[in-house]
Design a protein around this ligand. Structure first.
Ligand code: ZN
Length: 252
């Protein structure tokens, strides 16, 4: 037994780097798994524009959904409005955390409506920069979202007082996650910025860990545990620590 790995891909837009996206699509096919795709419903972030604009984007997404892919809403405009890390402070910036409840609900409802217009309905939310606060969670609940792809841990969990929301943890450090004997985690892939050397690494990881990889749809079937406030505080501290380690790395 060892830890199972599900995969999520962030920053999915009509003008993403399609060559890299297809590279991963092939890798998933070879491995026999399907990932979670985080679609930006109304992208205004120029940093995410990395390829030609595909008019048939939503047809491609719906086709992948039919093949077993899971779809999530990744923010609204993907523009960072605040320097607030929120409840899971991996980064000190957010599209949502720190804004009023009303403003957040407006943004989230806009994103949801945009997806719906294009034939996509999902109850899974993926926060840009992993940052959300209490108001984000409240607004998501109000709009009918029930799952969040974030947090640390080895199985899906529900945290008080957000009983209607289930969190599906992501990997703190993939290397150390792989050594764990049980549980499930999420490998986070940003295909837009992947280099040729990174692709080789991913090929190696997928061929070495293929047997432990599961489709995201399988991950969603796992029964969540309920976490208390101490676990929530530990998660907050771990996210702060990771942010500290990443900024140290930048200086070395
Ligand atoms: Zn993103």
């Amino acid at each position: 037994m060892s830890m199972k790995i599900a995969v999520r891909m962030d920053d999915i837009t009509p003008d993403m780097n399609w060559e890299n996206f297809d590279f991963f699509r092939n890798l998933f096919e070879k491995t026999g798994i399907t990932p979670l795709l985080g679609i930006v419903p109304d992208n205004k972030d120029k940093d995410l524009v990395k390829g030609e604009y595909r008019e048939d984007f939503y047809d491609i997404m719906k086709d992948l959904e039919k093949k077993g892919y899971t779809l999530a809403m990744h923010g609204c405009y993907h523009l960072y409005a605040t320097k607030n890390g929120g409840l899971f402070p991996l980064n000190k910036l957010s599209e949502f955390a720190g804004l009023s409840y009303e403003k957040q609900k407006e943004l989230l409802a806009h994103g949801q409506a945009r997806l719906k217009e294009n034939g996509i309905e999902t109850d899974i939310f993926m926060a840009p920069a992993h940052s959300y606060d209490k108001n984000t969670l409240r607004a998501l609940s109000e709009l009918g979202f029930t799952r969040i792809t974030d947090g640390f841990g080895k199985c899906p969990y529900i945290r008080r007082p957000y009983k209607g929301l289930c969190f599906y943890p992501i990997s703190f450090r993939l290397g150390s996650s792989l050594k764990k004997k049980s549980g499930v985690t999420t490998m986070v892939i940003h295909a837009n910025t992947v280099t040729e050397a990174d692709k080789k690494n991913y090929e190696n990881i997928f061929s070495a860990c293929g047997g432990n990889m599961i489709s995201y749809s399988e991950y969603l079937k796992i029964e969540p545990v309920t976490r208390g406030i101490f676990a929530a505080a530990a998660e907050y501290a771990a996210a702060r620590l990771k942010r500290g380690l990443m900024s140290l790395k930048r200086h070395i």
